[in-house]
Write a new protein. Structure first.
Length: 320
């Protein structure tokens, strides 16, 4: 393995965790910018990043080395040894620092449009496509395990939470005629949540579980919180959320609270006051929110002026 790939795995690059759905690294380690006009934007998740390393320019681009400059890279995951898995618009790519291997239909993928990739604690590689989700055994993909069990066929994200559950976030892109939702796989089996549980789950963008065990679904039309087996909108309950808000990312700094962002602003749950507040912004300002390993909120700028700029939360606003 090359030093560059090893540095990514050890935290000298954009992310130091093993992880599922590390979309941020697709934008940072590879230099692939999210496209705000697309329904399949992959908002970054930088939990664990040192802001000092970003300011010192220790985030490098692997686009040239991997030959992926002309690809849409939608998601990324790391194995413990630094091996990088890249979900792309024309297949799944494996990068070990020495070379790139492309996997597609000949290896058992039902579609070369790979939207999500997740390396789990059990050392399993799960992938999500626009035609289902499956596991790679090192030679071929097996899509039979999840067949008929997912809330929808198009899997946008696969998240592994601290309790060991796998969550499959299904949306209605690129085929708006299909339905979406959220599916959990745990020791008890498969459980799906669809528009019959909450209308906005029909287009689930992502999932977030905080340090207190609260589970949130980020959808195309609102933020939902799971309480028992039911879903509620904490922002509507707080009188803050308007109709049609698409939520792109969510982050937590223990002791300070939570943040979730849309294109109209950032919503913050103040841990001390136990309430949500809406921090409005003029479009476009913050593409995504994240947390650093130093316990700070971080925002990534969007737009001609601030695109790709890392902004630190000073308690009142994001500043460069």
């Amino acid at each position: 393995m090359s030093r560059k790939a090893g540095n990514l795995a050890k935290g000298r690059g954009p992310h130091r965790r093993r992880g599922c759905g590390l979309a941020a690294a697709a934008g940072l380690a590879l230099g692939v910018a999210a496209l705000p006009g697309r329904r399949d934007d992959a908002p970054p998740n930088l939990a664990g990043v040192s802001i000092e390393s970003l300011q010192r320019g220790q985030v490098s681009s692997l686009l040239e080395e991997t030959g992926l400059r002309q690809r849409h890279v939608l998601d990324i995951a790391f194995e413990e040894d630094g091996t990088v898995w890249l979900a792309a618009s024309d297949g799944l790519y494996r990068y070990d620092g020495n070379g790139v291997q492309r996997l597609a239909e000949p290896e058992g993928l039902p579609s070369a449009f790979v939207r999500a990739v997740c390396w789990t604690r059990e050392r399993q590689l799960w992938v999500g496509t626009d035609r289902g989700a499956g596991v790679y055994d090192g030679r071929r993909f097996d899509f039979t395990r999840a067949a008929g069990r997912l809330a929808g066929p198009s899997v946008r994200r696969i998240r592994e939470t601290a309790d060991g559950a796998l969550w499959f976030c299904c949306d209605r892109w690129p085929d708006a005629s299909v339905h979406g939702g959220l599916t959990r796989l745990d020791a008890q089996g498969w459980t799906s949540y669809t528009r019959t549980n909450a209308a906005s789950l029909d287009h689930t963008m992502d999932l977030f579980r905080d340090s207190r065990g609260r589970v949130f679904a980020l959808t195309q039309s609102g933020l939902l919180e799971k309480r028992g087996e039911q879903w509620f909108s904490p922002l509507i309950e707080a009188g803050l959320e308007g109709p049609g808000e698409t939520f792109w990312s969510m982050a937590e700094v223990p002791g300070q609270g939570l943040m979730a962002n849309t294109f109209t602003g950032v919503f913050r749950f103040d841990e001390q006051r136990q309430r949500w507040v809406h921090l409005r912004q003029s479009f476009p300002t913050i593409l995504t929110v994240a947390s650093t390993r130093e316990g700070e909120f971080l925002g990534i700028g969007l737009g001609a002026k601030d695109s790709g700029a890392f902004k630190r939360w000073n308690g009142e606003e994001f500043v460069v």
